[in-house]
Design a protein around this ligand. Sequence first.
Ligand SMILES: [Zn+2]
Length: 477
Amino acid sequence: MTTTLITGGTVVSATGSMLADVLVDGETIAAVLAPGSVLLGTDLAASVDTVVHASGKYVIPGGVDAHTHMELPFGGTAASDTFETGTRAAAWGGTTTIIDFAVQTYGQRVMDGLAAWHEKANGNCAIDYSFHQIIGEVNDDSLQAMRALPGEGISSFKLFMAYPGVFMSDDAQVFKAMQVSAETGMMTMMHAENGPVIDVMVKQLLEQRKTDPYYHGVARAWQMEEEATHRAIMIAHLTGAPLYVVHVSAKQAVEQLAAARDIGQNVFGETCPQYLYLSLEEQLGAVSEEYGAFEGAKWVCSTPLRSRAEGHQDHMWQSLRTNDIQMVSTDHCPFCMKGQKELGLGDFSKIPNGIGSVEHRMDLLYQGVVDGRLSLERWVEITSTTPARMFGLYGKKGAVAVGADADLVIWDPQRPKVLDQQNLHMRVDYSPYEGRTVPGSPAAVLSRGEVVVQDDRWVAKQVQGRGRFLKRGTFGL
Ligand SMILES: [Zn+2]
């Protein structure tokens, strides 16, 4: 087996930082040692196969992105990243595990939906991956099938309170599914927006000829995110289900989560880089020479970008510090402008919903460290350690510890990167962060002991198929 010594770096974990060397044996971490250790009389650096020098750099556990949608069918098209291109882009940015969403569509059997996702991903991923299960139709059959998911290594499922007639579960369905969550220990994940009200808002805006992308943000009002979040929390309280609200963007929804946590309820919230950096006014309201007011289509996602004047972005950063929001995922779901986002020209409701950022979660959040919004340790916690613990991967992922998978990032704080489209590895024809430069980026990335990216080169022998499916346990927070 191949041995690697990462030497001279600062190992950063969720609980502290220290100068240490990391010895990798095969696919796992064999030791975390005082720098320059001589072990049983052996000079380690002279005896290993590979030495990676990390002086002046941080050695962190590889990122865990718990919310991606590779190849997701949506609105007559499909997300532009495949499992191959999307997982490779993730690795370039320092993320070494993704949890994608297998989809049970309306009328389909749950296990058929899961099998279809295995087929898309199997043999194609560059890094390790797992699935949550979307339950698109809660009925007697799917409730029964859900009980078998933990045995398949799927310990979380997602429901929608939005998208009536497509994915939406009504309150009775949410209640029944959460009872299964309470019974099995599976995590209920919730897209919390009041879909029926939003759909009326959409229709009324379109009738008033308000068809630009900006109105996507107007229609999906924060009141309907706060209301649905509250409703989900109360049904979870009644059933005893653990609840994880995905892509929280409204500060009022955070307040609902914080209040429930304060009384001891098992509820958690995730936000995404777009809700920290981007806004209704600047992005959804953008105008360009090429697209006019349709430029904003680049940033149409749900929940929507919120008003900066209302202070949602600043509040979200603060919530990450105070642990009212526990982690950051991407909701990676890219669509090209050409031929995809353009489906919504003249009607914002037909713009495929999604932004791609699986490659830029680690660097955009590291910007928060440089800006003094997060500590180094909190950065590691919200991007790697907590996602691993929340979704039953901790011990294997999310930690620089003996016995853990050697998923490691050598983070160079002095390695700026320009997030322009021509530098992307994601398969999409624009960058949602065009013109932005982040201060640090990975000098090297290891996945299960193998160096996959080094000095801006892909160096792993294999891209496709080196990633393995991870069976997950129930959550460990
Ligand atoms: Zn999503």
